[in-house]
Design a protein around this ligand. Structure first.
Ligand SMILES: NC(=O)N[C@@H](CC(=O)O)C(=O)O
Ligand SMILES: [Zn+2]
Ligand SMILES: [Zn+2]
Length: 352
């Protein structure tokens, strides 16, 4: 049995770091393991302009603990007022790596998102021209559509039309949760990729609802039926280049989660690599973990894979159940099973 596994240092292609005290508390949970991450721009107010992205990047770098090396890959939040010239300049200078599309009202802090997709068509055309990828939160917001169907309907109503009217636009379907998402990405050409989260490989909707409501398993897109979880696992562990890790680690304080109107988001930065090693081992795919965490993402984004390596050892990891953030405690995602892989050299936290 494999006792130790060395892979290229991973990247996280979808991460929420927030700002202020929360940023300072959660950033080390990512930067202790990951080399780079695509930083989501859904702050309040959102990161819309190049200048705002530069300022946010500086705040992230200022919050980085000494001795950690980490590169935040910045994104802009697409609005109906986005200036294509500002976007193009931010992309050309290397300041931003991608642009994020939130349908207005689809998820946490998405009020400034897009209502009418026709209004952003010129921006999308410019992005196709300059080779700037579009990351998409793929859920419709139509109140008539059942929340469990919102991803599949988004593909037909929004994503496929955008892709066919904007040829060449590189698109990442973020945090896919359905076999429909998997099938759509597989059927596409090489301008299409998808991130898969850690938690969607582990939980289905029963985990949220059976035996009492579990607010820490509530995220968007919401976890679906077991058959969808199995499709995601098959895609993630397949080694296929279209699928790569985007944890969507999304911290909210316990009072904001354990509430009559609880926030959406699972905080998985702390134990993601331990969970993934176990998932891949269970599925007989440990040899494909590196493709998912460290190779497919850079290849899609046209970036080199990281040169440094991390080692995972077959031993129980130790980490706190909660991270203390200064804004309040944030509960670390509980996979519901004992973890048995640990990132080598991982230190016990000084916080939490
Ligand atoms: N995934 C979530 O449930 N929440 C994210 C937003 C998002 O990625 O949709 C957040 O910012 O909290
Ligand atoms: Zn999202
Ligand atoms: Zn997210």
């Amino acid at each position: 049995m494999t006792q130790s596994l060395t892979i290229r240092r991973p990247d996280d292609w979808h991460l929420h770091l927030r700002d202020g005290a929360m940023l300072r508390a959660v950033l080390p949970e990512t930067s202790r393991h990951f080399a780079r991450a695509i930083i989501m721009p859904n702050l309040v107010p959102p990161v819309v302009t190049g200048a705002e992205a530069a300022a946010y990047r500086d705040r992230i770098m200022a919050a980085l603990p000494e001795g950690h090396s980490f590169t935040p890959l910045m994104t802009l939040y697409l609005t109906e007022d986005t200036d294509p010239d500002d976007l193009a300049a931010a992309h050309a200078s290397g300041l931003i790596t991608a642009v994020k599309l939130y349908p207005a009202g689809a998820t946490t802090n998405s009020a400034s998102g897009v209502r009418n997709f026709d209004t952003v068509r010129p921006v999308l055309e410019r992005m196709a021209e300059i080779g700037c990828p579009l990351c998409v939160h793929g859920e419709v917001t139509d109140p008539e559509i059942d929340i469990f169907d919102r991803e599949a309907v988004f593909i037909d109503r929004v994503l496929d039309p955008i892709r066919s009217t904007t040829p060449g636009l590189r698109v990442v379907m973020e945090h896919i949760t359905t076999s429909d998402g998997v099938a759509y990405v597989r059927a596409g050409d090489d301008t299409l990729g998808a991130t898969i989260t850690t938690h969607h490989l582990v939980i289905n909707r029963n985990h949220i609802l059976v035996g009492g409501i579990k607010p820490h398993y509530y995220c968007l897109p919401v976890a679906k039926r077991e058959e969808h979880r199995l499709a995601l696992r098959a895609a993630a562990t397949s080694g296929e280049g279209r699928f790569f890790l985007g944890t969507d680690s999304a911290p909210h304080t316990d009072p904001n989660k354990e509430s009559a109107c609880g926030c959406a988001g699972c905080f998985t930065a702390t134990n993601t690599l331990s969970i993934l090693a176990q998932v891949f081992e269970e599925d007989g795919a440990l040899d494909r973990l590196e493709a998912f965490t460290s190779l497919n993402g850079p290849a899609f984004y046209g970036l080199p894979a990281n040169e440094d390596r991390i080692t995972l050892d077959k031993t129980a990891p130790s980490y706190p159940d909660k991270i203390d953030t200064g804004d309040g405690p944030v509960t670390v995602f509980d996979p519901g099973f004992e973890l048995c892989w640990k990132v080598s050299g991982d230190q016990l936290r000084t916080i939490g």
